[in-house]
Design a protein around this ligand. Structure first.
Ligand code: MTE
Ligand code: MO
Length: 525
């Protein structure tokens, strides 16, 4: 009885909290707020471990973990309530306070964000009181069969059903309201027509895509593009009310622009490969897209900014997103002529919400965590000495150029292959320096030069393929790239922290004996 009451009270509290959050800010829901606080407080080693273990499902796992913890606490509180109701109600209030404090600690929070947790705790305490007192009345405590206790047992049963029904109803209403709340943003994206590029990118060269089975397309489709961010609910920003503010040190003409004003400026198109600093050697956090947007360097010049090399006082550009993420980028890199963009388009479509709609940054040559702020809302000029952005406060480097990497996409690790010709293929990247050569070696023998896909410029990855005459037995394939400056990728293995992993991607495979599937040697005469 206590356990059931505890769980039901928690469910009712969560349902009402969700409704209150949906009516205000979805980020203020207790589960999301506590989850966000956990994400921000997680030590970098644990975060990297979770990413390795769960990949991009890490958020789902976190959500399930929080719910599981809540269930345990709910059962405990219910059991306590049977013995000492006031104590259980106090504990419930305590949970409400934790949720409220978590919500208030989130970036951009206002006092209103405490309400969902407090409402949830009040409802939960009320439900707990009703359930436990009804349950206690139904205890046989010496009364005869069929007496008032049996009636009260029915009363407890009815109360259980009523609490469940109310929670389900409120939960559904919260979902409805949540969908309605983001309807303006969804509509604004549906209405948003991408501007025509003033400077279109030439078509991707025919030979860039080698079309090797097992190798992804040269341009990564938006729905397959990796996603890395701290947002537990994807921010859905209304393009009609979106604004960007540019200010800070050395800004002589501060700007505040809405989307139309931003896109009154020349719009360019550029292919850029984006990679994550958390990507292990051989890992999946790399994608290539055709981006459409306004040149950030031009916009900064318009605001009166001079790069440090021309005497400007600010060397760091801090981008801030609607969810409070801060990302610091060298002003010099943004203004050195490369295609640093405030992007609105990704592969011919408005940015998907998950990739930063309506406006994000992309800077060729820099990892995403120091360049690619999604759901952008503010650009502030400052110095690296004066300010550490979000990831820098979590032991990542202040500045980080993308390191040269090559990846074997086919064959897959531990593949079981037939002897004979095998296409070994993958991608290699060294954004803004370009890829000049890719080499493969088998079992530590001499490096063999792979064939490269046609270059689409220095800012994108290049596909590569190498024909291997595979012989029976276990084999180790290794790959290394040489960038456009002639520097050969280092084989020294380092981890992702603080500024990106190094080392050669290595894949172990097994080649069957001739005749198919027989153990090695069994087919020998
Ligand atoms: N607002 C916001 N922008 C962000 C992040 C984030 O957590 N929040 N993560 C950054 C990181 S670490 C990377 S690698 C890229 C990933 O962009 P994508 O999810 O579109 O692939 O976004 C960057 N921009
Ligand atoms: Mo990243």
């Amino acid at each position: 009885m206590g356990a059931v009451s505890g769980i039901l009270a928690a469910v009712a509290g969560l349902a009402f909290a969700q409704l209150a959050a949906a009516a205000g800010r979805p980020e203020a829901s207790p589960v999301t707020a506590v989850g966000g606080a956990v994400v921000d407080l997680t030590p970098v080693a644990v975060r990297e471990w979770a990413i390795r273990l769960f990949g991009t499902s890490d958020k789902l796992v976190l959500g399930l973990g929080i719910l599981a913890a809540l269930a345990v606490f709910a059962v405990g509180t219910g059991l306590l309530a049977v013995r000492h109701l006031p104590a259980a109600i106090a504990v419930t209030g305590g949970f409400g306070l934790v949720g409220a404090l978590a919500a208030l600690s989130r970036p951009e929070a206002s006092w209103r964000d405490a309400l969902p947790s407090l409402v949830g705790a009040a409802v939960s305490a009320g439900a707990l009181y009703l359930l436990v007192t009804a349950g206690q009345r139904s205890r046989p405590a010496g009364t005869s069969q069929g007496g008032p206790a049996a009636m009260d047992r029915r009363g407890f049963g009815r109360l259980v059903v009523a609490v469940l029904a109310a929670s389900a109803g409120v939960g559904l209403a919260a979902r409805r309201l949540g969908a309605h709340g983001s309807a303006d943003a969804t509509a604004s994206r549906a209405r948003f027509v991408l501007p025509r590029p003033t400077v279109p990118a030439p078509p991707v060269p025919a030979g860039a895509d080698l079309r090797v089975p097992g190798l992804g397309p040269f341009l990564t489709p938006n729905q397959d593009f990796y996603r890395v961010d701290t947002a537990l609910v994807v921010p859905r920003v209304d393009a009609d009310t979106w604004r960007l503010r540019i200010h800070g040190e050395g800004v002589t003409r501060p700007l505040s622009l809405d989307l139309r004003e931003l896109l009154d400026r020349p719009v360019v198109e550029h292919d850029i490969t984006l990679t994550c600093v958390s990507n292990e050697v051989g890992g999946p956090y790399a994608g290539n897209a055709r981006w459409l947007g306004v040149r950030l360097g031009d916009l900064l010049r318009e605001a009166g900014v001079r790069p440090p090399s021309r005497g400007g006082p600010a060397d760091q550009l801090v981008a801030r997103s609607v969810d409070g993420m801060t990302i610091g980028t060298p002003v010099e890199a943004v203004m050195d002529g490369r295609a640093a963009l405030l992007a609105v388009g990704m592969n011919g479509r408005p940015l998907p919400f998950a990739h930063g709609f309506p406006v994000r940054m992309v800077v060729p040559g820099l990892y995403g965590y120091v360049s690619a702020c999604k759901w952008l809302t503010e650009l502030r000029l400052t110095t690296f000495a004066a300010y550490d952005a979000y990831w820098v406060r979590r032991s990542w480097a202040q500045q980080a150029q993308v390191k040269t990497q090559a990846r074997i996409d086919t064959p897959r690790p531990y593949a079981d292959l037939s002897p004979g010709r095998v296409a070994v293929a993958g991608v290699a990247w060294a954004q803004h320096r370009g890829i000049e050569r890719v080499e493969v070696r088998v079992d530590g023998a001499a490096w063999q030069e792979a064939r490269l896909g046609t270059s689409d410029g220095v800012d994108t990855w290049r596909q590569w393929v190498w024909p291997w005459e595979a012989t029976p037995g276990p084999h180790t394939l290794e790959v290394r790239a040489t960038d456009g400056t002639g520097a050969v990728q280092t084989g020294a293995r380092t981890g992702t922290v603080p500024d990106g992993a190094t080392g050669w991607h290595t894949v172990n495979v097994r080649v069957r004996a001739l005749g198919g599937g027989l153990p090695a040697g069994a087919d020998r005469q």
